[in-house]
Ligand binder design. Structure first.
Ligand code: SF4
Length: 345
């Protein structure tokens, strides 16, 4: 074992947080679920979601036999909904092709929906104690600093992986992976790292100026897309929602009907031609809703409309306001509804 892993594991023994998916005898289902949830999200945010999932679907089999709609509703607020769709699909493939077991082999893991190199390595090391290099943002930050790696990303990632492989211990592999992440989250933080408390301080090459690394990558300017949303309310207050296509962005989630999402604000003809049902009254609300996805900003203008036909439609449903939380509504659509209802108070 290297002194690097000795020091790190010794620190982890005393400082690891007690988290609901951690155990001396890790459950691969819990490991996978937590790792998928933790992508792009903090531990604090994930804990209640994780607890809710394992209460609702205690086993992989339970998740595989659930409906995608229920999973999407439970996922609401965690964002990046393709993760929830892949989670559901992956659970079904594990049952149908792998007898309900997570494969230990990297190639087989990588063939499963939603499992990339990082998650495969995390499952192999944490659930099966195999030496596998799980490189996430925390690990990149710690090793860029520890080894004084000055390359920008993505070139940096390859260097970090090489260094991490060299540091992997031959036992306590799961603890090592979790200790790297824990150190990045608790000690070698992006801002104000606590080098005094760091078990790697003795050989770290960045103690004098830790925040200068990793080198910031140049951020691309995000484009802006536009749409008009139709807030349609029935006399009894119910709101018209429809389901998005299963494929593509926010696939399978519910939405307030909108025009297509375009590179410029839709003109009056586009707005009229995409209105749901037959419109008998329009009110163009002042202002607009702003939302940012990972690859574009989104400006949504809201039109409140009255329609002649208030019966049920196979592609759209009327949902009472108090029942909106039961629907898989992405954050952007919650914002649109709040904005629209606020404006007409
Ligand atoms: S000594 Fe400081 S910069 Fe180096 S790994 Fe530890 S916390 Fe990070």
């Amino acid at each position: 074992m290297t002194s690097f892993s000795d020091n790190l594991l010794g620190w982890y023994d005393h400082h690891q947080r007690s988290l609901p998916w951690r155990s001396d005898d890790p459950n691969p289902y819990y490991v996978w679920l937590s790792e998928i949830m933790l992508q792009q999200t903090t531990v604090k945010t994930v804990i209640p979601y994780f607890l809710k999932f394992i209460e609702t679907w205690p086993t992989l089999q339970d998740l595989a036999t659930s409906s995608l709609d229920d999973v999407l509703v439970a996922w609401q607020g965690l964002g990046y909904y393709s993760r929830a769709r892949n989670l559901h699909k992956c659970s079904q493939q594990l049952i149908s092709k792998h007898a309900g077991q997570f494969p230990k082999d990297e190639k087989q893991l990588l063939q499963l929906p939603g499992i990339g190199p990082y998650t495969a390595a995390a499952i192999r090391s944490i659930a099966y104690d195999q030496p596998a290099a799980a490189v996430d943002g925390n690990v990149i930050r710690v090793l860029a600093r520890y080894c004084a790696l000055t390359e920008p990303r993505p070139q940096l990632d390859k260097k970090v992986r090489e260094r991490l492989v060299a540091f992997l211990p031959d036992k306590k592999c799961g603890d090592f992976t979790q200790a790297m992440m824990e150190l990045g989250a608790l000690v070698c933080r992006p801002k104000s790292p606590d080098c005094e408390a760091c078990p790697l301080q003795g050989h770290c090459r960045s103690v004098n100026d830790p925040e200068s690394l990793p080198t910031a990558s140049i951020k691309k300017k995000l484009p802006t897309r536009y749409a008009v949303a139709y807030l349609v309310q029935r006399e009894d207050g119910a709101i018209l929602l429809r389901k998005r296509d299963e494929k593509g962005m926010l696939g399978g989630m519910m939405e307030v009907p909108t025009t297509p999402w375009l590179d410029q604000k839709p003109g009056p003809n586009v707005v009229k031609s995409h209105a749901p049902l037959e419109v008998v009254g329009w009110e163009v609300l002042e202002g607009y809703v702003k939302h940012t996805f990972s690859h574009f900003h989104f400006h949504i203008h809201v039109n409140r409309i009255q329609v002649s036909d208030q019966s049920d439609h196979h592609q759209a449903v009327w949902v009472q306001r108090e029942n909106l939380h039961q629907k898989a509504l992405p954050t952007v659509m919650k914002k649109v509804i709040s904005f629209g209802l606020e404006k007409v108070k």
